[in-house]
Design a protein around this ligand. Structure first.
Ligand code: ATP
Ligand code: MG
Length: 247
């Protein structure tokens, strides 16, 4: 049996009187890449934070690697890239990666090699010793991704990892994600980029806090009788709006 890395059951969450997640269920097996897609404000980041135990839920449970979150030990087994970069501007990129790697208990003898490897994956090798204050937005995104990868985590949770990243490098990053998948690791990724959604093994389309559709990209295209995920996205949204106006 394949191990479950993320298990979300009947999760609901409101901010004040604004319901942001409604009865969300999600299961991510090891060795799979799951994409979370949905318009801005749909609840993707809130769901990601609920999974990590960073945001308290009102109902339901979130379990990661068999443990109820939040849990510090389990956090060390997750590579998390937040939607907004949390970097030390006054340090160099190498110092940033090293800082987080030590926080995540990467063994000392492996540290230098691990930093070289992740820098290569995100194409920052030549800029590693520059201060982050001098980085562009896209470079900061790449550095955040390098930090998420450096501990060689069993589970990667990436909140819009490729914003501001050019197509060539996106290919390279996806090649790395596939490699991690081949090693049996699991990836949860939120994205607005539809060609990335097509590359996921499994998709959840979330809108107004509701999981409107779930399945492989092929299943979703079949279910909605369309030929691309972009069309699934648009059609599911239209149908949801129509169901509101019927009320
Ligand atoms: N801390 C908060 N307090 C109040 N409302 C919040 C808070 N965080 C998020 N929200 C609201 O929850 C809803 C979902 O936000 P969330 O950030 O999860 O969306 P998202 O799908 O990640 O959007 P995007 O694609 O723009 O990143 C939005 O209406 C947002 O305004
Ligand atoms: Mg978000």
């Amino acid at each position: 049996m394949v191990a479950t890395t993320i298990d979300v059951r009947d999760v609901a969450k409101s901010f004040g009187s604004n319901p942001v997640l409604k009865q969300i269920n999600l299961r991510l097996p090891a060795g799979q890449i799951m994409g979370l897609i949905g318009p801005s404000g749909a609840g993707k980041t809130t769901l990601v934070k609920a999974i990590l135990g960073m945001e308290k839920v009102d109902a339901g449970t979130t379990t990661v690697l068999g443990t109820q979150m939040p849990n510090r030990q389990v956090m060390q087994r997750i590579g998390y890239m937040a939607q907004s970069d949390a970097l030390y501007e006054d340090l160099t990129a190498r110092e940033n990666i090293r800082f987080f790697a030590e926080l995540m208990s990467v063994p000392k003898p492996q540290l230098a090699g691990a930093i070289d490897h992740v820098a290569q994956v995100v194409n920052l090798t030549d800029a590693l010793d520059r201060r982050v204050a001098a980085y562009s937005g896209g470079m900061k995104r790449r550095l955040s991704l390098a930090i998420a990868l450096v501990q060689d985590p069993e589970l990667l949770i990436l909140d819009e990892p490729t914003v501001g990243i050019d197509p060539e490098l996106r290919q390279q990053i996806w090649a790395e994600l596939y490699q991690l998948k081949a090693q049996g690791k699991a990836v949860l990724v939120t994205t607005h980029v539809m060609d990335e959604a097509e590359r996921c093994d499994y998709l959840m389309l979330i809108r107004e806090g509701i999981a409107l559709a779930q399945g492989t990209p092929q299943q979703l295209e079949q279910d909605y009788a369309v030929s691309t995920i972009e069309q699934v996205f648009l059609k599911a949204g239209r149908l949801q709006d129509e169901s509101h106006s019927d009320l």
